[in-house]
Design a protein around this ligand. Sequence first.
Ligand code: BDR
Ligand code: CA
Length: 322
Amino acid sequence: AKKVIIDCDPGIDDALALMLALCSPELEVLGITVVSGNVPAKKGVANAKKVLHWMNRPDIPVYLGEELPLVRPYVDAMDTHGEDGLGESNYPEITNQIMDESGVEFLTHTLKNAAQTNDPVSIIALGPLTNLAKVIQEDPQSLAGLGELISMGGSYQSHGNCSPVAEYNYWCDPHAAEIVYRAFEDLPVCQDKKIHMVGLDVTRKIVLTPNILEYMCYVNPQIGERIRKITRFYFDFHWKQEGVIGCVINDPLAVAYFVDRTLCSGIDACTRIATDGLCIGQSVVDGFDFWHGHKNSHVLTKTSPLAFMQMFFDRVLGVHPK
Ligand code: BDR
Ligand code: CA
């Protein structure tokens, strides 16, 4: 199995992504690090523990990561994810041990160890990139132990969801995103690696419709009802905000793509992140090579929503279509 750390801000769709990861035998989840994003990091830790409890995996450690963006004032997304971050589903809190190490310390020491033992660890980042940026600021050489970096964030030929051009994770902490993308452009230790950018171009295609939700409840009432409970708020948000029936679930696609590369395709390009002005938080993808910059990213542009849903049903709901 591929060793992986999931860095996240749960979050309704983060919770769905964690469920998919924990049902995927190809992944060995070493730990979950939490960052402030959809909800403040401490709430995110509580939510990650709820998901681990549902999935019977209380053994996986959860680390509290950075509680504020590097430079910008923090803006949460509780309007989208509810006060509790899980769609106001009000599942009871799980109390267990608080880890001594911080998220950044855990990431750093795990990567360093991975470098020394030549046993790379990948990171699937489902929230703002603050934790990873801190790791790079404090110990850039630790990236020698990184396998792959999958980042749900940004937008290339699609519009934003926080501004006309910016996606939430990069908009929430654009300075962190810029540090991470710059590292993959400039640092020798990253020269042969690319950030897999799972942006809105592809995640917008992954829509949980009432029909699909109904079918989830039918084929697996226990898990289906849980998904219904945590996504109702998301449905309401999409309906009120955009007049759309159904909700986009961004984060699980990043996990699905890590498991199976054939689910998405894209282009290699140099990507930089705008850190101020009108376009703050925009992922500027140089798809036509104007800058002749080092291609630090693999930007996904196409996906198969059906193949994704088949994987999600198969693994999370235990239904295997022919
Ligand atoms: C991203 O922002 C968050 O609201 C979601 O959890 C996802 O990671 C989508 O822009
Ligand atoms: Ca997220």
